[in-house]
Unconditional design. Structure first.
Length: 309
């Protein structure tokens, strides 16, 4: 059953109590909470949630036999739609703050809201190879060791990226397998000191390959190492500048700074999920969404329910 919310006097048809930017687990959870508070809510989603790339998650609460990212997002969207959340497929270019309202501008339209929840996440930088999506789909390339290193226990694991950034990731994965190989994407001088002592480090500047099931790495001298899976650590692109342009503070590492209610220093502007937390986990994103949506509801004037037909 869809539940409607009465418009307050002077509230335009394209104005909402809250606009959620991003349709991943964080944004969908926030939308469900807001509608269950009888708040009007629009979710603007560009359709590129990182969760779509999860072949099968086994650490998502409530799914002991695993769930794919696509399936999980589908379930969460149906849940939000079931209580009346509205959706718009669009890419948000800008957010402005005027007269206690936010103006959200997309490529296909503009909307107003009393609050905005930014749940736009991050996008992983990946090796520039034409087989990357196929390798991710079969687990030959994995994107989150916290999520799925358990499934890689005792396998031959490659850790790929700039040499100076790989030590902590490699040591974390050594807790799952003794067969961890550090694969620098950059060349390295023998006299450069780093903190990779005790780890198996391959010569940098080589070539990654994929045979349809597993990956391998060919060093510049031709030596080839077969790997069951590779974790790339090449950084990510975030939409945090969207919030910074409105006046939100960013941390030194580029994450949006929020308070205990997930609100930025701009009143009414919230941020949740990967764009905020250093621990990029679905369970973290869902918890932050609940906190933010509840605070949005409590800050706004009392909701007025429409009369039931």
């Amino acid at each position: 059953m869809r539940v409607s919310v009465a418009l307050r006097p002077g509230q335009a048809m394209n104005e909402f109590d809250a606009i959620v930017i991003g349709g991943g687990p964080a944004g969908l959870t926030a939308a469900t909470y807001l509608r269950r508070f009888h708040r009007s809510c629009l979710v603007i989603d560009a359709g590129n949630s990182r969760a779509k790339r999860i072949p099968e998650s086994h650490n998502c609460p409530g799914f002991p036999y695993g769930v794919s990212g696509v399936d999980l997002l589908g379930r969460m969207k149906r849940q939000a739609e079931g209580v009346g959340a509205q959706f718009r497929a669009d890419w948000v270019d800008a957010v402005a703050h005027r007269d206690e309202r936010f103006i959200v501008s997309g490529r296909e339209g503009r909307w107003r809201a009393r609050a905005v929840i930014l749940a736009s996440g991050v996008q992983d930088e990946l090796p520039e190879v034409d087989w990357i999506e196929e390798a991710i789909a079969c687990g030959a390339v994995r994107l989150c060791a916290v999520c799925d290193a358990y499934e890689a226990s005792d396998l031959r694991i490659g850790v790929y990226g700039q040499r100076a950034r790989l030590a902590s990731h490699a040591r974390f994965l050594r807790g799952y397998s003794e067969h961890v190989f550090v694969i620098p994407s950059d060349a390295h001088s023998a006299d450069e000191a780093d903190d990779l002592a005790g780890l198996t480090v391959l010569a940098g500047g080589g070539e990654l390959a994929f045979d349809g099931e597993r990956c391998s790495y060919r060093e510049p001298d031709g030596a080839t190492t077969r790997l069951d899976t590779i974790y790339p650590y090449l950084g990510c692109v975030t939409n945090a500048p969207l919030a910074a342009a409105v006046g939100a503070e960013l941390s030194a590492s580029g994450e949006i700074v929020v308070d205990a209610h997930q609100m930025t220093r701009v009143a009414g502007l919230y941020a949740i999920g990967d764009v905020v937390s250093g621990l990029n986990q679905i369970s973290v994103a869902v918890g932050q969404a609940a906190i933010a949506a509840t605070h949005v509801h409590n800050r706004l004037p009392a909701a007025i329910r429409a009369a039931q037909a």
